[in-house]
Write a protein that binds this ligand. Structure first.
Ligand code: ADP
Ligand code: FBP
Length: 309
């Protein structure tokens, strides 16, 4: 079974208004809240795609209760470690552009972390763990590395969607999939990208460092999948972006949902991009119907890499 891990979940509070007056009183035209955090978003999209998953992580206080409640109401199984402080609230301000204010999150005690490790220890080779998002500030940057070592011991495959050192440190353990966006990839290699093609050699470096499959998303400019066999460049559908919060997570969920059905990397990548765009074109996360409606607009070009690495 797929398990998702959100070490720093959030209540995502989305505020819509024409413009924001910094230092003034702003009245909101429309507001919504969602249970958020990258692993939770993956579980919610998987559920919409009829794939069962269990959401793990840390949750505390009234905000933690809200998240667990929302997930259970959607029929998503949860097994969160209860922490003393409140789960964070992340504010997403949608004007003509999107501004995100992500809070730090609660403190995690040594006991909390031990409890979580015991839950990861209970996974087997029939399971897959998705480790996604930032970690609470009280945990060290080696946290994901420590957890994927447990996966390796138990033969549990894993996927990582994280930035910087968190991501770098898990590569030697051979993640099945990683999904940096082009900014995160640029930060890793101290460079910038303007097109999908430019990303390929850097994706290949991540494959050399251990990743089995690397998806790099470039928002409206397309996406790239790189493995040791080939690279695929994808177009993205045209549409009006309503909110791109969770678009990256929808790509991870779409990829896993399709791969579980057909074990075909190229088709899973196409479904992944359609799912990301379906979320970008929605307020909230995509539905299966919306993702499938966009599928025919996602064209994939295969680029052979044999002998080029
Ligand atoms: N302007 C856009 N037009 C179409 N699709 C988009 C747009 N912005 C984002 N997406 C979809 O969402 C995916 C993830 O977006 P991106 O911003 O690159 O990732 P992340 O959410 O991880 O930062 C893209 O690959 C694409 O499928
Ligand atoms: O847009 P993405 O990258 O898919 O992820 C969106 C999710 O990530 C968050 O911004 C949290 O991100 P971090 O875990 O990296 O702090 C949530 O508020 C939101 O639900």
């Amino acid at each position: 079974m797929i398990h998702t891990l959100t070490l720093n979940p959030s209540v995502d509070y989305i505020l819509e208004l024409d413009e924001i007056i910094v230092g003034g009183l702003n009245r909101i035209q429309h507001d919504t809240k969602f249970p958020g955090g990258k692993g939770i978003n993956v579980s919610r999209v998987l559920n919409r795609m009829d794939v069962k998953s269990k959401a793990l992580g840390f949750a505390g206080g009234f905000t933690g209760e809200y998240i667990v409640d929302c997930l259970n109401k959607e029929n998503i199984q949860t097994d969160f470690v209860q922490v003393a402080d409140d789960t964070r609230i992340n504010v997403k301000i949608k004007t003509k552009t999107e501004t995100e204010i992500n809070a730090k999150g609660p403190a995690i005690s040594g006991r909390n972390f031990e409890d979580l490790k015991n839950k990861i220890r209970s996974l087997s080779e029939d399971d897959l763990l998705v480790l996604a998002g930032s970690i609470p500030s009280t945990l060290p940057e080696s946290t994901y590395e420590e957890l994927v070592r447990i996966c390796l011991e138990n033969g549990t495959a894993f996927v990582v969607d994280a930035e910087g050192e968190l991501l770098k440190k898990v590569l030697p353990y051979k993640p099945f999939l990683i999904k940096p966006n082009h900014h995160e990839l640029g930060d890793l290699f101290k460079t910038e990208f303007t097109s999908a093609k430019e990303v390929i050699p850097y994706g290949q470096k991540l494959v050399e460092m251990g990743a089995q499959n690397v998806i790099v998303s470039l928002a409206g400019k397309g996406a790239v999948l790189i493995s040791d066999e080939a690279a695929y460049i994808s177009s993205v559908p045209n549409g009006e972006v309503k909110s791109s919060v969770g678009a990256g997570d929808s790509m991870v969920a779409g990829f896993l949902a399709a791969y579980e059905k057909n074990k075909n990397i190229e088709k899973a990548f196409q479904y992944s991009v359609a799912s990301g765009s379906a979320t970008a074109f929605s307020l909230g996360l995509c539905t299966k119907e919306k993702a499938e409606e966009l599928l025919s607009q996602v064209s994939i070009e295969k680029v052979s890499l044999k002998g080029e690495i």
